[in-house]
Design a protein around this ligand. Structure first.
Ligand code: NAP
Length: 423
């Protein structure tokens, strides 16, 4: 019988038939959701042979909700996402005016989804602007609730800006130029530690080698620098058996997870020049924004970058395509469904359905390896066959039994370079 996912003492409790709410999304949302849902159901069916099944539950948000009820984000949608813990969504239009800053921001704030999870790896066959994209396999934990993104800003020329300048001058002796807008950058012990804790736990669960704290602490000592110190504190105090810092290791971390730190600007060079040195990354909100997009570009761009927003304490997780609604392509069955599909794979991984996640990734890689791609990749690849969104899903599903056969023989779903040899 379909049941809700719940939170137990040891983490998520996932029944064999979980009810998972989904938001189809605006613009290209329906195109990519219908393709992705077929792939999700097929992967679960192939791997668990009917023992597990997802009961999808549609909830409304964005233009569909506005057309239905006059509300962009109905209270009922928030309640269902709250009570069912894990959900998935397509892209949503940001309404202009109407008092809502962004539906995505509202969802993240309401559910206190403090981790923005961005796994970034290259799939064989995808055109990349770098020479060694196969060395990119990182998982970014970007803090999602603080930093200059907390929205604490006053506008230049307003009474609020004048008041704040006067206060800062009188109390701190800080002279701020009169024609300035001013933003506040809060970074807390609570926000930093829970983020780094989640990153280290992820590294432990999935056998990762290192956690790198990325910060700009050389300049902003009490925010970015403090993030670095609190991150090391979490590692030393809470995970002494599983982690080690470079200094404590004497240059050899052994089997332990290496916890290290890199300054943000150097990190943007390092991901290009030495990508193999980095694995799990824990970072503040703004640094994480830059890093996620830079890394996504290294492995194939926006159509394929998955995302998830998670609160590891309450269990809430909302997985999403990272691109927008691309309205000019809406209803054309044309765009790349990869971002939503890979976000779904990460949702299954979060639920502990790792085999289904692996099968989705392996089948996507197999199709792209055969140079069967949507328009966005076809324009960058030689000898590619361009297919529609729905056909891309069909091609993935057709390869699933072969990948399962291969997995039974070899113990891995990482697709071989030429699956046709197994057909
Ligand atoms: P966008 O929708 O991401 O589209 C920009 C361009 O990216 C598209 O024209 C297309 O490039 C490419 N693209 C996006 N998704 C693709 C896919 N699945 N496959 C292939 N190419 C893809 O960005 P935008 O035009 O700035 O934003 C449109 C709306 O989306 C806005 O209302 C914005 O607020 C919203 N938005 C929502 C989210 C979210 O819900 N998470 C995120 C970002 C933006 P080409 O034209 O070169 O083919």
């Amino acid at each position: 019988m379909p049941e809700r996912i719940s939170m137990g003492d040891a983490g998520l409790v996932v029944p064999d038939q979980p009810i998972i709410p989904f938001i189809e999304g605006d613009g290209i949302g329906p195109d990519i959701w219908s393709a992705a849902r077929r792939v999700f159901d097929a992967a679960v069916e192939h791997v668990y042979l009917g023992d597990r099944r997802v009961e999808w539950l549609e909830v409304l948000a964005g233009e569909k909700a506005y057309g239905d009820s006059g509300e962009w984000l109905p209270g009922e949608t928030l309640e269902v996402l709250w009570s069912h813990l894990v959900g998935i969504k397509g892209p949503l239009t940001t309404p202009v005016g109407g008092g809502i800053r962004s539906l995505n921001v509202t969802l993240r704030q309401t559910l206190d989804l403090y981790v923005c999870l961005r796994p970034v790896r290259w799939f064989r066959g995808i055109p990349s602007p770098i020479r060694t994209p196969h060395l990119v396999d990182m998982v970014i934990f970007r803090e999602n609730t603080e930093d200059v993104y907390a929205g604490k800003e006053v506008e230049e020329g307003t009474l609020d800006a004048a008041r704040l300048r006067t206060f800062l001058s009188e109390c701190y002796g800080w002279d701020i130029r009169e024609d300035s807008g001013i933003g506040i950058k809060p970074i807390s012990v609570t926000g930093s530690k829970r983020l780094v804790r989640a990153a280290i736990r992820y590294a432990i669960t999935f056998g990762r080698r290192s956690v790198t704290l990325v910060h700009k602490g050389n300049i902003m000592k009490f925010t970015e620098g403090a993030f670095r110190s609190w991150g090391y504190e979490v590692a030393r105090e809470e995970f002494p058996d599983e982690t080690v810092t470079w200094e404590d290791s004497g240059g050899d971390p052994g089997d332990k997870i290496l916890v290290q730190d890199v300054i943000a600007d150097a990190m943007l060079q390092q991901i290009l020049t030495r990508p193999a040195n980095y694995d799990v990354i824990a970072t503040t909100n703004l640094n994480g924004d830059y890093l996620s997009d830079a890394l996504a570009a290294q492995v194939g761009g926006i159509g394929l970058a998955p995302g998830g927003n998670i609160n590891y304490t309450t269990g809430h997780g909302l997985f999403e395509a990272t691109h927008g609604t691309a309205p000019k392509y809406a209803g054309l069955d044309k765009v790349n469904p990869g971002s939503l599909m890979l976000s779904g794979a990460n949702m299954f991984r979060y639920m502990g359905w790792v085999e289904a996640a692996d099968l989705i990734e392996a089948s996507l890689e197999a199709v792209i390896g055969d140079r069967i791609v949507t328009y966005d990749l076809a324009r960058l690849m030689k000898f590619a066959t361009e297919v529609k969104t729905s056909q891309f899903a069909t091609e993935m599903i057709e390869r699933m039994p072969i990948i399962e056969e291969y997995a039974a023989l070899h113990g891995t779903r990482r697709a071989p370079s030429d699956l046709r040899a197994y057909m």
